[in-house]
Structure formats: C-alpha cells, structure tokens
Design a protein around this ligand. Sequence first.
Ligand SMILES: O=C(O)CCC(=O)C(=O)O
Length: 361
Amino acid sequence: MEKNLYCCSCFDNSKIGSCGLGIRDFYSDFMFQSWLCANLEMKHEWLQRDNIPRRRGISVEEFIRDFEEPNKPVLLEGCLDSWVAKDKWDKDYLIKSCGDVKFSVGPVEMKLEDYFRYSDLTREERPLYLFDPKFAEKVLTLGREYEVPIYFREDLFSVLGKERPDYRWIIIGPAGSGSSFHIDPNSTSAWNAVIKGSKKWVLFPPEIVPPGVHPSPDGAEVACPISIIEWFMNFYGATKDWRRRPIECVCKAGEVLFVPNGWWPLVINLEESIAITQNYVSRRNLLNVLEFLQKPNASELVSGTRDRVNLHNKFKEVIEVAFPGTIDQLVTKAEEKKKKRPFWETVSDSNAGAFKFSFLG
Ligand SMILES: O=C(O)CCC(=O)C(=O)O
C-alpha cells in the first residue's frame, strides 16, 4: 500500500522537506487517521437505519405512558410549530441579536460572529462546538423565542431556584461537530430540539455500554474514540449483527428528540445546526435523580453546580416542602412495580455504566 508522506514540521505533503526543517519520507498513522476523519463524509450506510418511534400530536398522558414511564426514546414531530425561533434563528439573525455577547465554545468564550467565521472555514476532526448553558440569561430575547414543549413542563429542579444545576443549552456547530457517547448529567432526562440543520443520533440503552466506550468503574469518567466519525469508522459496523440494536434516527429541523435518563446518546451534525436542549426532572425520574445525587462520589459525579455534595439534601428538602408526600408515594409505587418485575429484569443492573457528562467548564 502506498504510504502518505508528510513533512514532520509543516505537515504538508506537497512540500516535503522544502521548509528546510522537515524529514523526508516520514509516515504517521496517527496523523493520517486524524486527516482522514477530518475529511471523511458520513457514509450512506451509517445514516440508513431509522428505528425510532415517531409521534405527532400525542397527549401528555400518552407520552408519559408510552415513553417517559418505560424510559424509551421517541422523536416528536410538530412541537416547534409555534416557536419564534423556528422561523427566525439563523446565522445572520443570531449574530445581530447577540452582538458582542460571548458564548462558551469548549474551553473558550467567543462572539457569535467570530464563532461562525471559524465554523464556516473549519475542516477539523473534532470541530469546536458552541454549547452555552447561560444563553437565555445572556440574551433575554433568545429565552423568549422558544418554549418548553408540553411533554416536558414538569421541571422539579426549578424548586431549587438559583441553585439548580445547569439545565438548558444553545448548541451550534458545523457539519461533523457533535457529542460523543455520554450519559446525561445527574441522571436527568433531556429533550433536544433542532431549529436549523439536522443531527444523526445513535442511542444505546442504559444496560448496554456502546462498543469502543470504556466507562471507569465508579462511572466518573468515560474513555471514547477520539472523534465521532472515528467511532462510525471503527465501531458502528460491530452493532450490525447485534440482537438488540441501538436506536437510531436523523432528527431534522422542527423535530424534538426525547433522551431518557441513563441512555447513551451519540450525536453528529450532518450540516450546520442550531439546537436547544434541556435536561429535566419529573416525577418519573425523581427517585433516580435523588439516588444519583446521594452517591458516595457525588463530588465527582454531580455536575452543572458548585455545591455538588449538598445538592441531594437541599433538593430533597425543597421537594418535601413544595410537594409534601410525593417522595414517599413514589417510593411505594416503585416497590410495588419491583414486586411485579419478571425475575430476569431484577438480576440485570439497569444502572450500569458511567454517568458523568459534564457540561460545566
Ligand atoms: O450535540 C447535541 O446536539 C446533543 C447534545 C446532547 O448530548 C444531549 O442533548 O444529550
């Protein structure tokens, strides 16, 4: 096989050694892989599988019964029809309405104008992704131009007021950007609404750790392939013959994906995309969240807040004041449900896996 030759100083194979510093005939698998991942388009076969249930106009009761209670993903259509953001938000509008305000882009803060200039030109294996938890406080109009879909209006973390962990993000990124496998913070569930562009999702249930992903035993860290495209190149094919395949779909502008707690999502933007995501606690996942916040290594696992260790007690106390008796009722219901579970379910550990996906810088 012909090798790719790089100049080890300028990394430009058209000028090997011409900079006067480089060594001729140098080959690096590492650099080639990174170049390949940066230049590879998503293959048709990676986008074909679409096995998620889609629903339009279902009632809140149907959503709870069929998806939230059994903790299953669903793609919801038509939820954004009344959003101002759906018609207005594009590059020019956002640059104009946000002016000099800076947003979190990985480890740095950038004005939207600068971020879009970067994202228009970038051809990197892992493009910088704009993921900002304070967007609605920074630019008040952004917060007013979308609304929480009816299915997700029970928001129990709101009783914590200013002490609630980060819970909503504006997400902007070019084709190829995205989120590698993780579990959402604090055992919350999430919804993710695509306003512009489209996203390919692959989701594994809590009891199946995705191939190529290695959570640490305490769940505090997750080791993944370097990039999302690398996961598709090297691991996606492995799931082809599995009896329990991951849930997959392409979520397009105007659609919302429900990500149940404990699932492992991977997301790649197929074109430049603008989205809003919110993580939430409802009565369906309140006990999971309380259990998570109480783990012995809460100081490492809990994210999106400064007071990680005391969050459990604070949250439990305010819930008991705001909704007296609710926790006890949920515990009784969970115990009854457990008694009715088939034997094989009681021996599998649905909480296996890693929990940390820190959106907090
Ligand atoms: O990149 C994205 O849009 C996905 C964000 C995410 O991981 C999530 O909403 O759970």
